[in-house]
Design a protein around this ligand. Structure first.
Ligand code: DGJ
Length: 326
């Protein structure tokens, strides 16, 4: 009996290692037609057995916004792309999920603006797919969150509006939908000094008045939140423009915090720069509790269209998070 259980354990572990290793990405990704996947600052929705990858379309010449004190490199905002996959290896291009607008700088979706870090969750009550994203002006002074909806996972999405949740700045962001159906917007706020977590309305389309301040004064961005064993894990980066820096994770008993800070989840050579990348999402691997894919962007700041991807196995066990770069 003991031997049988032991063998089963070995099989499960072997399955996890093989399965996760297959999803490691270091560089560009090609879709089913052989074209480069253009989905940066991405997030993944798992719906009815299919993974949907959403990301920023970066296409065109990169330019430096004059008069800024930081690496304000920009590329035309190309809207949001969507790719689908059953196995996280073969990606079918589903098209432009949220189209940009041309020649109307006053429009949130104009190509001269900033459309970053799109994330999508499904609302069981309304049967709508709800996308949130960071909407900004080229100098990042607008600091709003945009909302779009669709009846179908891959879109097209209908843009509704952008908003400052509770009149708070919101830049780098992510969404998190909990098992009880509540959803949260997590975003860099207060000039990037402090993050905030805001409970969304039941239809996921609006912020509620319930929000908390977390990682106060810690200057974090690129949030990626996941849940394991009843705890909430938040991975963030420091703020250094497009240049990579060390990641940090924090743990809480509730999505709204308080979060206790731990160190860098990355280990070994390259850990100090998150292996030359910046977090964007942590994807739970279906049926493999404790196993995740850490998804990150390898920005090419001088040619943003050429930015690459870094997807690595992440494990969360007994409150400890580890991203394996090698
Ligand atoms: C880092 C952010 O995480 C990115 O999404 C982007 O906004 C760049 N900063 C801009 O420099």
């Amino acid at each position: 009996m003991k031997i049988k259980r032991y063998l089963l354990f070995i099989l499960i572990i072997a399955g996890q290692v093989i399965g996760v290793a297959a999803q490691t990405v270091k560089g560009p990704i090609k879709d089913d037609s052989g074209n480069p996947v253009n989905a940066h600052g991405a997030g993944v929705l798992f719906h009815n057995g299919t993974y949907y990858l959403f990301g920023e379309i970066k296409k065109g010449k990169t330019w430096l916004v004059p008069g800024q004190q930081w690496e304000d490199y920009r590329v035309p905002a190309g809207g949001v792309s969507c790719y689908s996959s059953k196995d996280l290896k073969n990606w079918k291009y589903e098209g432009v999920a949220l189209a940009p607008v041309k020649g109307d700088p006053s429009n949130d979706l104009d190509t001269s603006r900033v459309i970053e870090r799109p994330k999508v969750i499904y609302n069981e009550k309304t049967k709508k797919f709800v996308m949130w994203m960071h909407i900004d002006k080229k100098d990042y002074s607008y600091s709003q969150s945009g909302v779009a909806v669709s009846d179908k996972p891959a879109g097209p999405y209908r843009y509704l509006y952008s908003i400052k949740p509770n009149v708070q700045m919101s830049r780098d962001m992510t969404l998190f939908k909990d098992e009880d159906g509540k959803a949260y917007l997590i975003y860099s706020s207060e000039q990037n000094f402090t993050m905030q977590v805001c409970l969304l309305s039941d239809d996921y389309k609006r912020p509620t008045k319930t929000f908390t301040r977390i990682l106060i004064g810690k200057k974090r961005e690129a949030p990626a939140l996941f849940k394991n064993g009843g705890k909430y894990y938040l991975i963030t980066s420091a703020c250094s423009g497009w240049s990579p820096n060390a990641a940090m994770y924090a743990v809480a008993d509730n999505p709204m915090g308080p979060y206790k800070e731990y160190g860098n989840p990355c280990k070994g050579p390259g850990a100090a720069t998150t292996y030359e990348a910046q977090s964007t999402f942590v994807l739970p691997i279906k049926d493999k509790p404790g196993s995740y894919i850490f998804m990150a962007d390898r920005w090419n700041k001088l040619d943003l269209e050429k930015s690459d991807y870094l997807w690595l196995p992440l494990t969360a066990r007994k409150g400890k998070v580890e991203v394996k770069g090698n």
